[in-house]
Design a protein around this ligand. Structure first.
Ligand code: 13P
Ligand code: SF4
Length: 305
C-alpha cells in the first residue's frame, strides 16, 4: 500500500471511530498531514482540552498524551507508540522535588510540561517553551524553583532577571548536545541565514541565535520573515516541514544529529494500527492522580492563555 492509500484509510477510520489525531510538530510529514491538530506542546494541550471527539490518538511522546488525558479524563487517549517517552521527563521524580521543596519552601515550583504526571502533582504551575516567559512574569512570587530543564531555565532567568530562579541539572539530550562550535560552523557555512533555536539548547547556542522560541514559534517566525535562508536549531523535522511549507526559502538543520528518536518512533503504519487497536497504548491514570496533576496544567492554561 502506498502512503496516500494508507493515509486515506486512516482518515476513514478516524471518522468511523470518532477519533481526533493530535500530532506534535516533530512528527513526520505523512503523520502531520492526517492529523486534526498539530503544533507545539502548549497548543496541543489546549486542543486536547477543547476537542469533542470520544477518542484522542496522540502522536508524540508520553508526557504529551498524559497531559491530554489529564485535560480530557472522560476520553480514551491512546499514545501512538508505547515506547515513545521523553527522556527529560524521567530525569526527576516527585520524591526528589518534594525534598528540594522542603529545604527551600518559599519557592514556587514551576515545571516544564516535559515532566511525568506524578511529578506534576508536587508542582505549582506548568509552562511550555512558548508560554514560559509570560507565565513566570505573571506569577505573584519572585522566588522560583524551575525544573527540570536548566537550559530553558537559564533562558527564562536571563529574560526575567527581576526574579530569583533556582535551577537543577536536567535537560533534553537531543537539544543540549548541540554545541556553540556547531552553531558557528553552520553560520559560517550559511552566512546569509538567520539562526532560529529552541530554548532547550545550551546558553552558548542560544546567545548566537537571531530568534529563540518553541517549535511553533520557530515555524511562525520563519514563515513571516522576509529573510530567505534559515538555520534551524531544533528537531530536524521542523526544517523539513518548513521546506515543504515555504518552497521559496531555504532551511538548513543546525546539525544532522538534531533527531529525537522517541518522536521518530511513530510511523504511519503505527497510526493505522493504533486506530484498529493493534498497537499503541491507552493512557490509564487513576482519578486522584489526574486531579492532583491537573492543578498545575490548569494554572498553565489560565496564566498562559
Ligand atoms: P515545544 O513546546 O516547543 O513543542 O517543545 C516540546 C519539546 O519536547 C521540545 O523538545
Ligand atoms: Fe524530550 Fe528532547 Fe525529544 Fe523534546 S526533543 S521530546 S525534550 S527528548
Amino acid at each position: 500500500m502506498n502512503i496516500k492509500e494508507l493515509q486515506e484509510k486512516i482518515l476513514r477510520l478516524k471518522k468511523e471511530t470518532d477519533t481526533v489525531i493530535l500530532a506534535h510538530s516533530y512528527q513526520a510529514r505523512e503523520i502531520v498531514e492526517i492529523a486534526d491538530f498539530t503544533g507545539d506542546s502548549y497548543k496541543l494541550s489546549v486542543d486536547a482540552k477543547n476537542t469533542t471527539s470520544k477518542n484522542i490518538l496522540f502522536c508524540g511522546v508520553r508526557f504529551m498524551a498524559e497531559t491530554a488525558k489529564i485535560l480530557s479524563p472522560d476520553k480514551r487517549v491512546i499514545l501512538s507508540h508505547k515506547d515513545a517517552g521523553c527522556p527529560m521527563a524521567e530525569q526527576m521524580d516527585a520524591e526528589m522535588i518534594s525534598a528540594v521543596k522542603a529545604s527551600d519552601p518559599e519557592r514556587v515550583v514551576v515545571a516544564y510540561v516535559n515532566t511525568t504526571a506524578e511529578l506534576k502533582t508536587v508542582c505549582d504551575v506548568c509552562v511550555t517553551s512558548s508560554s514560559a516567559l509570560k507565565i513566570v512574569r505573571a506569577l505573584d512570587s519572585d522566588k522560583i524553583l524551575f525544573i527540570p530543564d536548566c537550559n530553558l531555565g537559564d533562558y527564562i532567568r536571563r529574560n526575567v532577571p527581576e526574579k530569583d530562579i533556582k535551577l537543577l541539572q536536567g535537560g533534553c539530550p537531543t537539544h543540549a548536545a548541540v554545541t556553540p562550535k556547531e552553531a558557528l560552523a553552520a553560520k559560517n557555512e550559511h552566512p546569509d541565514a538567520l539562526l532560529l533555536v529552541h530554548p532547550e539548547c545550551v546558553p552558548g547556542v542560544v546567545e548566537l541565535a537571531d530568534y529563540v522560541g518553541s517549535t511553533s514559534g520557530i515555524m511562525e517566525y520563519a514563515k513571516k520573515s522576509d529573510a530567505k535562508e534559515f538555520i534551524i536549531g531544533t528537531e530536524n523535522s521542523i526544517s523539513e516541514h518548513l521546506q515543504y511549507d515555504c518552497p521559496d526559502k531555504m532551511f538548513y538543520p543546525l546539525t544532522k544529529n538534531l533527531v529525537c528518536r522517541n518522536m521518530k518512533l511513530t510511523t504511519l503504519p503505527d497510526v493505522y494500527n493504533a486506530l484498529t487497536g493493534r498497537s499503541g497504548e491507552e493512557i490509564i491514570m487513576d482519578d486522584a492522580l489526574i486531579a492532583a496533576a491537573r492543578k498545575c496544567i490548569d494554572e498553565m492554561i489560565r496564566l498562559g492563555g
